[in-house]
Design a protein. Structure first.
Lengths: 116, 117
């Protein structure tokens, strides 16, 4: 079974500062993918970034980077230079490769609020 | 290019009634997924279509839920009869790639908020 844990129900950050959203995972799959999604108040889930378990380098997409520490089973999302529009719910998710390998397992999410 | 669209955005029904949710995936995406988020809990997988075939329906809670994808285009999720515990947000997602081990980005819609009173 796979499990995603997001221990921060809510986070505050000041505009232009960097923020790290925590995500730890548990799986017995040898190969897996890790994803982060953003859900603004409009409701749509927006894909942000992906990290494969065998990727040698941490993923980056613009202001988003994924701090992947495989031995610790963590996949923290780092948002640099926060903007007011970054205020949203953020979900960490993973997809394994065995036992129904295409479904995503999600954490409970972190509500991020960017303040002036 | 249009994203994943879901209809309605919000539905309020009484216990025992029937509700049908619709999802239009991104054009050309063979893979379509349904997920559900019950208040305050994780988003949970319901089922996965590849074209018109159900690839994995391990997350469907019970036989009151019926998902279809006739013709491999849009999908419907019917709840009949609805119960109070069915309230939540129902998300649909689609992806182009579904090979095991592939990147397989799933693109989500805005969800349908279902309230059963």
């Amino acid at each position: 079974a796979q499990k995603i844990t997001q221990t921060q129900p809510g986070m505050f950050v000041q505009e232009k500062e960097a923020v790290t959203l925590d995500c730890t995972y548990d799986t017995s799959d040898p190969s897996y993918g890790l994803f982060w999604y953003k859900q603004p108040s409009s409701g749509e889930m927006i894909f942000l970034i992906y990290q494969g378990s065998y990727d040698q380098q941490n993923a980056t997409e613009g202001r988003y980077s994924l701090n992947f520490q495989k031995a610790r089973k963590s996949a923290n999302l780092v948002i640099s230079a926060s903007q007011l529009g970054d205020s949203a719910m953020y979900f960490c998710a993973m997809r394994g490769t065995t036992g129904g390998g295409n479904k995503l397992t999600f954490g409970t999410g972190t509500q991020l609020k960017v303040e002036l | 290019e249009a994203g994943v669209t879901q209809f309605p955005s919000h539905s309020v029904i009484e216990k025992g009634q029937t509700v049908t949710l619709r999802c239009d995936p991104i054009s050309g995406h063979d893979n379509l997924y349904w997920y559900r988020r019950v208040m305050g809990k994780e988003i949970k997988f319901l089922l996965h279509f590849v074209k018109e075939s159900k690839q994995d329906e391990s997350g469907m809670p019970n036989n009151r839920f019926l998902a279809e994808r006739t013709g491999g285009t849009y999908s419907t999720l019917k709840v009949q009869p609805a119960e109070l515990e069915d309230s939540g947000v129902y998300f649909c997602a689609s992806s182009q790639e579904a090979r095991t081990g592939a990147k397989n980005i799933q693109y989500f819609g805005a969800g349908t908020r279902l309230s059963v009173l």
